[in-house]
Ligand binder design. Structure first.
Ligand code: COI
Length: 354
């Protein structure tokens, strides 16, 4: 059984961090010095450990390698204006991890183990949190079936790990997206609302085809005859229509994005009308023709806000004006950044100072 105050900590003899390393890092390629690890065996989580980032050894029988029983989270730590390190919405990420674990028949991970492990890891690797505008440290907690057994059934042993890497937002330029009319990301009753590895693996092939056609992402729909739009690539999808912020409602086919939720809270607080409702692809095109589709963008932890410049649906396309500092998406992004970097008060209690 784990105890919070006694994680074993093995530090690197010397940090790998060198001047200039945090400038323009490629997403997911530069690990910080340390990682967190805890094992689940005999029906309980064992003591967590912080150790130097390193490869792990797995049997070829490891259940996850065969059946993808694995879930993850993606969150960010920010350098605040006073130099402190802030992990954004730690507890909300834990709540979502729990939903994913439950859906994938995996054991619950105690909130204190999640919270304390990440706080202690970030305390040790705090120098890796960039201090440049827009950059952050991406924190990737994940749990996978580590039991060496190839039976097609839930495993009895799991590993929980946390790794971190410096990032700048994905999709800094406006993106072209195509409405995906053949492939589907999720189906009712499926795993679409869980942050499980298989959802991402299944999206790679349609996304690869879209990239070959000159798009940066697809818009996933529900596959119904009305093609209700759901997500864009790995992000939630938002529109500004007639001055309102409009986004598809959460369901078992849509991930409960924490950036999505944060932007909706900020919009409501700033008096921007918000609608969470189904949107057909035809409605988007009609709104564009009427001149009331003002903005479209993706919202996610990695990208924060990714402006969409063009939406293509078979032979038809929508070209949206370039975003400016006055665009609603940019105003929302700015308020979000101001909260998490400590430039304005955090009225929602989202910040966790390390
Ligand atoms: C994120 O936006 O953080 C995600 O989890 C998507 C990731 C796969 C890039």
């Amino acid at each position: 059984m784990f105890t919070l105050d006694a994680f074993q900590i093995t530090k690197v003899p010397e940090s790998r961090l060198k001047p200039g390393m945090l400038d323009q890092p490629v997403f997911g390629q530069l690990p910080t010095d340390h990682m967190f690890m805890a094992s689940y065996r005999n029906g309980q989580w064992e003591q967590g450990e912080i150790l130097p980032f390193q490869p792990i050894q797995l049997s070829p029988f490891t259940s996850c390698l065969h059946y993808a029983q694995t879930v993850f989270e993606g969150m960010k730590a920010f350098r605040m204006n006073d130099g402190n390190v802030n992990i954004f919405r730690l507890d909300r990420h834990h709540t979502r991890l729990e939903l994913s674990l439950n859906r994938m028949a995996m054991p619950s991970l105690p909130q204190e183990l999640f919270r304390e492990g990440i706080l202690q890891l970030l305390d040790l690797d705090r120098n890796w949190v960039p201090d440049t505008e827009d950059a952050a440290l991406y924190v990737r907690p994940f749990v996978f079936a580590s039991e060496a057994q190839v039976g097609a059934k839930p495993a009895n042993e799991f590993l929980y790990m946390v790794v971190c890497f410096p990032v700048v937002p994905l999709f800094q330029k406006a993106i072209r997206v195509k409405v995906e009319t053949h492939y589907r990301r999720a189906a009712p009753g499926g795993t679409g609302a869980a942050k499980c590895g298989g959802n991402y693996a299944g999206s790679f092939y349609p996304t690869k085809l879209a990239l070959e056609q000159g798009f940066q992402q697809v818009i996933w729909t529900d596959g119904s005859p009305e093609f209700h739009v759901e997500e864009s690539g790995t992000m939630n999808l938002m529109f500004v229509m007639d001055g309102k912020l409009v986004t598809p409602p959460l369901s078992d086919t849509i991930l409960d994005g924490i950036t999505r939720d944060s932007l909706l809270h900020i919009a409501r607080a700033e008096g921007i009308p918000v609608e969470e409702r189904q949107i057909t692809t035809a409605e988007l095109f009609e709104a564009f023709e009427k001149g009331i589709l003002e903005e479209a963008f993706g919202a996610g932890t990695a990208a924060v806000v990714a402006p969409i410049s063009e939406i293509v649906w078979d032979e038809r396309s929508i070209n949206l004006p370039s975003v400016t500092a006055n665009s609603i998406q940019m105003q929302l992004k700015k308020s979000l950044e101001n909260i998490r970097r400590g430039y304005i008060e955090d009225p929602f209690g989202w910040n966790n100072i390390v």
